[in-house]
Design a protein around this ligand. Structure first.
Ligand code: AMP
Ligand code: MG
Length: 401
């Protein structure tokens, strides 16, 4: 039995990202950048107004005050999108709107709320205050300089980062292809959800949960038909999945029972088993292997074990295949509002609820067939063997959402 860390290292060892592909920004959310992106231009591309108001030369208003207002001649009008802002003579001001380029010579904008206009003299604008140079002006390149790094390779494309790329004028971006992931569930007792349940049967829930978790990790999951507990059928199903996918994930049939065929079927079709059994709970019966450049994750059948083993062992590999710079799950620290006890001989990844105030408590029963406590949990706490974390302990929560 190997440690979780050794298992993770052996899985990631020599694992190269999948090839890059160009995708339109609209389809790029969640993808990981294949190469760094530098800004092709200054942002903003030109000095422009941050307000609706009047473009001025700040020096013209240096002595303005309520007692001694200054009147400037109104000359010109620049709206957002205007391509020829003209220029401003000393002693003049120009009507300007938010986002419009500044006329030549102007170096500040006065908000329209801060000026007065006399009806008797529509060609003049009265200013009762001075203005600092560059006040209400957005300067060319102050957000991003041309040539500066916008995003590094391996960064995930979020809504915010996609806005940045679009703002820099990009229409598409080079990202890693999503891994194709095949999901197989083995077990004579399994019944497809939606069908009537015969005695002795249970509904198959792993493919759906794993598919969702795989999608959240950027993979394209594909559900294969249920596989009976039979060596030949298991081998055939594995063969098909390995032809069509980059990563194959099985659930069930990986233990030491005489109905557990996954390992034998995998080696029988030429797969190289790297290790099996990792010293964690839940998730101990687990097999990892390679077939050509492709990966097998043989997960235990118990629904909690399957999801936890996938989260800790398969998810990092999916992220590495996409070139992600970060393959570990997001973590938060919290304070235990109730004890967490691990009486067993293996590290226990316990299902917890981390609330918005940073309090952490057990999500309920930690038995590996309890789907209800898993559904309540939003993360896991790693409790060492034979240890109890008392109330008040600061713990690290591995968040799964
Ligand atoms: P196994 O790992 O095949 O020995 O299965 C362990 C336990 O998990 C058994 O109680 C199975 O009935 C259950 N199980 C196996 N596969 C699934 C599945 N896909 N969905 C729900 N439960 C499962
Ligand atoms: Mg089974």
């Amino acid at each position: 039995m190997i440690s979780l860390e050794e298992a993770q290292e052996r899985i990631l060892a020599g694992l190269e990202p999948l090839p890059a592909e160009q995708v339109p920004l609209q389809l790029a959310v969640g993808h990981y950048l294949a190469s760094p992106v530098d800004s092709p231009l200054d942002l903003p591309p030109a000095d422009n107004s941050a307000m609706d108001g009047y473009a001025v030369r700040a020096a013209d208003l240096a002595s303005a005050s309520p007692e001694k207002p200054i009147s400037l001649r109104l000359s010109g009008r620049t709206a957002a999108g205007s391509t020829s802002p003209g220029s401003l003579d000393p002693g003049a001001c120009g009507r300007i709107f938010t986002g419009a380029m500044l006329p030549g010579g102007a170096d500040a904008v006065v908000m329209q709320e801060d000026v007065k206009c006399e009806e008797s003299e529509p060609a003049a604008v009265i200013f009762e205050e001075s203005v600092r140079p560059f006040e209400n002006v957005r300067l060319r390149g102050e957000d991003v300089r041309k040539g500066a790094l916008l995003l590094a390779a391996g960064e995930q494309l979020t809504a915010q980062r996609l806005s940045l790329l679009a703002g820099a004028g990009l229409a598409s971006v080079s990202v890693r292809r999503r891994p194709q992931l095949g999901l197989l569930a083995t077990g004579d007792e399994l019944c497809e959800p939606g069908r009537a349940l015969a005695p002795g049967m249970i509904y198959e829930s792993n493919r759906i949960g794993l598919s969702a978790m795989a999608q959240a990790a950027g993979a394209s999951p594909r559900l294969y038909p249920l596989v009976a507990d039979d060596l030949v059928l298991t081998k055939n199903a594995l063969q098909t999945a390995f032809q069509e996918c980059d990563v194959v994930v099985t659930s069930g049939g990986v233990s030491v029972g005489e109905m557990d065929w996954v390992r034998q079927a995998f080696t029988g079709m030429g797969g190289q088993l790297d290790f099996w059994s990792v010293a964690i709970k839940p998730g101990k019966p687990f097999a990892f292997g390679r077939h050509g450049g492709k990966l097998l994750f043989g997960l235990p059948g118990n629904p909690v074990s399957a999801l936890v083993a996938f989260f800790l062992l398969a998810r990092p590999a999916l992220l590495r295949l996409q070139g992600a710079s970060q393959t570990q799950p997001p973590i938060s620290r919290g304070i235990l509002a109730g004890p967490l006890a691990n009486r067993g001989p293996r590290r226990h990844f316990m299902r917890v609820i981390l609330d918005n105030d940073g309090r952490v408590r057990s999500a309920g029963s930690q038995a590996s067939h309890f789907l209800s406590s898993m559904a309540r949990a939003n993360g896991l706490v790693d409790v060492p063997p034979g240890q109890t974390f008392p109330i008040g302990t600061v713990v690290t929560v591995l968040r799964w959402n």
